[in-house]
Ligand binder design. Structure first.
Ligand code: PEP
Ligand code: MN
Length: 337
């Protein structure tokens, strides 16, 4: 429920109402605006009814949040959220490119790839240490060693690193070595994992499940925010449809839809979204045009030798071409890269 206070209500008045909301076990929110102070009460609204807050002399009116997700909703938080990955902004007027290999393979591969993406203008690194692979016989990632390599390269190049966490037991290690968690498509509804990263204060890139609706994605993000972590970046990475020409169907409709309903930043992964190297650049441009806040792109210093997703990884030259090609689109969208 949103509680709109009358003009002139002070912080002290707001605090008194917040105390009442908290006392009945609901989560209070304090949302000061330029003209009005707005409060939120998250939880079972029948409990709130018993407080008769609408009769408080400083309450102008109550307005229910109609969406099933609350903290993620623009109704609660009208302005765009900017999430910072170790100081690198994602959201607002920024267009942020996160790039690197699908998987961390060894120090040399990680360093060469990282140097290339940095040179071309990427702001953050990616690289999976724990790889959720469809086949148990495929390369599963280096695990802890991969995290350590990623951390070392990230420190050497002064670039924040993002890596996937696939289970609750690994949250502490990933939190120690990376600047942000990635929760992958296959774990989007692993609610225990969502709660665990929700208890961290590091940002979370939450990828849309390949069979998840946008509402499912927003409710998954709600799990993280409701645990107290406000720094969530949503990621559209393609969904399964009847179309088999590409690995997945990159659902760019989701971007304006999410922008309308949520304040969270949303980035696009054109690598998994298409599964075809040649389609990554055009779909990356389309992502800028439809309002995305950034990209997550797979790059390998030598894609032919990649242990995973080589066919969709750009090489350093192609990545430099992508970054150069994006510039006019980013400028036209009124953003900075
Ligand atoms: C990845 O980013 O390497 C990955 C496994 O992505 P997704 O979870 O979207 O399949
Ligand atoms: Mn991959």
């Amino acid at each position: 429920m949103i509680i709109i206070l009358k003009p002139g209500a002070t912080k002290k008045d707001a605090d008194e109402i917040i105390r009442q909301i908290a006392a009945v076990g609901l989560k209070p929110l304090y949302l000061p605006g330029t003209e009005r102070t707005v409060l939120g009460a998250i939880g079972d609204e029948r409990i709130l009814g018993k407080l008769h807050i609408e009769n408080h002399p400083l309450v102008e009116r109550l307005s229910p949040v109609l969406t099933p997700y609350k903290l993620v909703s623009r109704e609660i938080h009208p302005r765009d959220t900017v999430v910072r990955i170790d100081g690198v902004p994602v959201g607002g007027r920024h267009f942020t490119v996160i790039a690197g290999p699908c998987a961390v393979e060894d120090s040399r591969q990680m360093l060469l790839t990282a140097q290339a993406v940095k040179r071309a203008g990427a702001r953050c690194l990616r690289g999976g240490a724990y790889k959720p692979r469809t086949s148990p016989y495929s390369f599963q990632g280096l695990g802890l060693e991969g995290l350590q390599i990623l951390h070392e390269v990230s420190r050497t190049l002064q670039m924040p690193a993002v890596t996937e966490v696939v289970e609750v037991a690994d949250v502490t290690a990933v939190e120690r070595y990376a600047s942000a968690f990635q929760v992958g498509a296959r774990n989007m509804q692993n609610f225990r994992l969502l709660k665990a990263v929700g208890q961290s204060r590091k940002p979370v890139i939450l990828k849309r499940g390949m069979a998840a609706s946008v509402e499912d994605l927003l409710l998954a993000a709600e799990y993280i925010l409701s645990e107290g972590n406000p720094s969530v970046i949503l990621c559209e990475r393609g969904i399964r449809t009847f179309e088999t020409a590409t690995r997945y169907t990159l659902d760019l409709n989701a971007i304006p839809h999410i922008k309308q309903h949520s304040h969270l930043p949303v980035i696009v992964d054109p690598s998994h979204g298409t599964g075809v190297r040649e389609y990554v650049i055009p779909m990356a441009k389309a992502a800028v045009a439809c309002g995305a806040d950034g990209l997550l792109v797979e790059v390998h210093h030598n894609p032919k030798e990649a242990l995973s997703d080589g066919h969709q990884s750009l090489d350093p030259r192609e990545f430099a071409r992508l970054m150069k090609g994006l510039r006019p689109y980013v400028a036209a969208a009124g953003r900075r890269m």
